[in-house]
Design a protein around this ligand. Sequence first.
Ligand SMILES: C[S@@+](CC[C@H](N)C(=O)[O-])C[C@H]1O[C@@H](n2cnc3c(N)ncnc32)[C@H](O)[C@@H]1O
Length: 275
Amino acid sequence: MADPNKGIHQYHAGVADGLQFHSPAVVGALEFDHNEVPPLDAAVLLIRSLPWIRGTVVTAAALVALLLASATAGAQARHPVSGRAIAQVMGYEGAAWLERPERESEERPSKAIKALDIKPGQVVADVGAGSGYYTVRLAERVGPTGRVFATDIQPEMLSLLRSRVSRARLDNVELVLSADADPRLPEGLFDLVLMVDVYHELARPQEVLRKLRASLKPDGRLVLVEFRKENAWVPIREEHKMSVKEARMELEAEGYRFDRVIGVLPWQHILVFRR
Ligand SMILES: C[S@@+](CC[C@H](N)C(=O)[O-])C[C@H]1O[C@@H](n2cnc3c(N)ncnc32)[C@H](O)[C@@H]1O
């Protein structure tokens, strides 16, 4: 389960490896567009606005954050099949990072959505939907005859998502509060189960994969979008990346069939599996 007190994960490896951030002293009075985003999200904006994010100056705030990080480092488990270190869950305080305006130019999510080739009327699960960045785009794709189930383990994320869905006036989205080991989705319903930047932080990946496999239609797809571990220059911390090899080892061990990697994104793999 996510621990909100873990604070904000600064994903950009160039900033500080292992950085976590929950010092109210450096949050300041910044405001974020989405009123319902918790105040700590302001810290993300502050971090991103500081010069040291570009690797030049290390500020006192960064040092404080580094100290906090070292105090919590080493808490991760490893995946029993691949040996991969399982990342900590990104706390809801990081939602502003998910919603950053430059996400489109950096990650090209619109290309990812296009590559998924979703048809009107399909039923899609956005597992680990966070604040709903992908959910609303998926809902537009499936249209009024389709449905999107958006899940998360953090009620705070679902609350952001609810506001977002209502602002967008979408009535084809259902929210689901998942558990670490159980997505709590119906069986045999889904054409597509999507996890964007989520799989690497599942605390109980094997149990989740087993349940998700049962949720797919016989010809359904499970798609992971994960930052590429093969490319050291991809500016995300190591444990928030996955290699194709790791993903295949872990998913094939749960009975999934590897279909292909779609390589259209600048930083991420789109990994397609069949049930
Ligand atoms: C890095 S965020 C990505 C959010 C969203 N997919 C996006 O790309 O904007 C990862 C999300 O996965 C959620 N998460 C982690 N473990 C989960 C689990 N077992 N089931 C559902 N959601 C989970 C976290 O709470 C967090 O909101």
